[in-house]
Design a protein around this ligand. Structure first.
Ligand code: KG4
Ligand code: ZN
Length: 389
């Protein structure tokens, strides 16, 4: 069974074809990072406009990459992210998917974005199928939409095993292949963070989630204070590798609180205060080593909270498997620390290209979701806020 997946919940316009819930036949991602970076964050209206311009070429590329025709021949169903996310952005994907399903007379499957992330470890990528288009700011202007810029194959570091040091068994394809239910999922991205128990594809129970900012949001906001480009996660990650994680003693919010909820907004505020105490942004920015120490100390606090909660949930739930997914799971420091701290856990991280937003995870998990009836499909709406369970 081949499913075309469509994902437009935030700032990636993505489409993919996945066979039998695992084999990724094509995976195309048009990233708007360059468009939003001048604003140091995602501008919802611009994101929607970019999705409108790029969704059809991205779908066409995904079909072509999978060796399929433009009229849906060989596709058995269309899946789409229904939410949560930016409502204007989601609507572009939902309306496109509804239209294609109607035109091709195929079933439509609505997917929860976080469920897609949680299922991403099961996606099997073959090197060379993932294609990335970095949308340039001039491509997102008004006028006739144009498919500008070269689609590039994803770099090996994006689409292959864990680039971080640490035991290879945490990264290898074989490790991911032998992964299965039940497992604990830690979803950490720009919009979400939750700890979830999964006993089967549709059997999920949320144990905890963020009380305020998601970790990726905290990364992006701290990076903005340090005048670093958007998205802040990779920028802080690379500087953290050159800094001292114990240089500053930053708070670990709700570390010892009962339950599994997270909170990152206090940590972000503590960094902002620290920058003031150190003499303000100008002064801090003049000292590269100081910036690296700040990044390393912030990252150490984030990692500590995430892994501490995950370790406790594994123990309390009697689970032996952990999947860390979502954009922040690209973090090299987190990958290395998790591998060190959790040597007895069957730990998996998807390759980075499947951690950040993509449609392969949406098409893959859709294999296990009941399609809508044709009437329901025509009435499908986007859900900006949508609880996982
Ligand atoms: O999953 P994703 O692509 O989108 C959402 O669903 O939100 O995650 C994007 C987030 C951004 O906040 C970005 O800063 C963060 O993932 N991110 C990272 C890294 N790479 C991306 N955070 C920490 N370290 C990284 N290496
Ligand atoms: Zn996401």
């Amino acid at each position: 069974m081949r499913i075309l997946g469509i994902e437009t919940s935030c700032d990636e316009t993505a489409a993919a074809v996945v066979e039998d819930g695992r084999s990724v036949l094509s995976n195309v991602i048009a990233s708007q990072i360059r468009v939003h970076s001048r604003y140091r964050g995602v501008v919802p209206e611009i994101a929607s406009r970019c999705h409108i311009e790029f969704i059809l070429p991205v779908v066409a590329q995904a079909l072509e990459g999978a060796g399929l025709g433009e009229e849906g021949e060989g596709i058995d169903a269309v899946a789409v992210t229904r939410g949560p996310g930016l409502v204007g952005a989601l609507l572009v994907g939902v309306e496109t998917a509804k239209t294609l399903a109607w035109r091709w007379q195929k079933p439509l499957i609505p997917v929860h974005h976080s469920l897609g992330h949680l299922y991403s470890p099961f996606c099997e990528l073959v090197a060379g199928q993932s294609r990335v288009l970095d949308i340039a700011p001039e491509d997102a202007g008004e006028g006739t939409p144009e498919w500008r810029g070269e689609l590039r194959p994803a770099a090996p570091s994006e689409s292959s095993a864990d680039p971080a040091p640490g035991p290879r068994r945490h990264a290898s394809r074989a490790t991911r292949r032998s992964f299965g239910y039940p497992y604990l999922g830690l979803v950490i991205s720009g919009g979400h963070s939750s700890l979830v128990r999964l006993d089967g594809p549709g059997k999920v129970r949320t144990l905890g989630s963020t009380l305020d900012d998601a970790p990726g949001e905290a990364y992006d906001k701290v990076a903005k204070c340090l005048n670093l480009p958007y998205p802040g996660g990779p920028e802080i990650d690379s500087r953290a590798a050159r800094g001292n994680p114990t240089a500053f003693d930053l708070p670990r919010p709700v570390l010892h609180a009962r339950g599994y909820d997270f909170s990152f907004s206090g940590l972000k505020t503590a960094v902002i205060r620290l920058i003031e105490v150190l003499g303000g942004t100008e002064r801090v920015l003049g000292d590269e080593l100081l910036v690296c120490d700040l990044c390393a100390s912030f990252q150490a606090a984030v990692i500590d909270v995430l892994l501490h909660k995950a370790e406790r949930a594994l123990r309390d739930e009697g689970l032996e498997r952990l999947a860390i997914v979502g954009g922040v799971a690209c973090n090299k420091g987190l990958r290395a620390q998790a591998a060190r701290r959790m040597s007895r856990t069957h730990l998996v991280f998807p390759p980075p290209i499947l951690c950040t937003d993509n449609a392969a995870m949406i098409a893959a998990v859709a294999h296990h979701i009941e399609p809508l009836s044709p009437d329901e499909a025509m009435r499908l709406d986007a859900r900006a806020g949508w609880r996982l369970d």
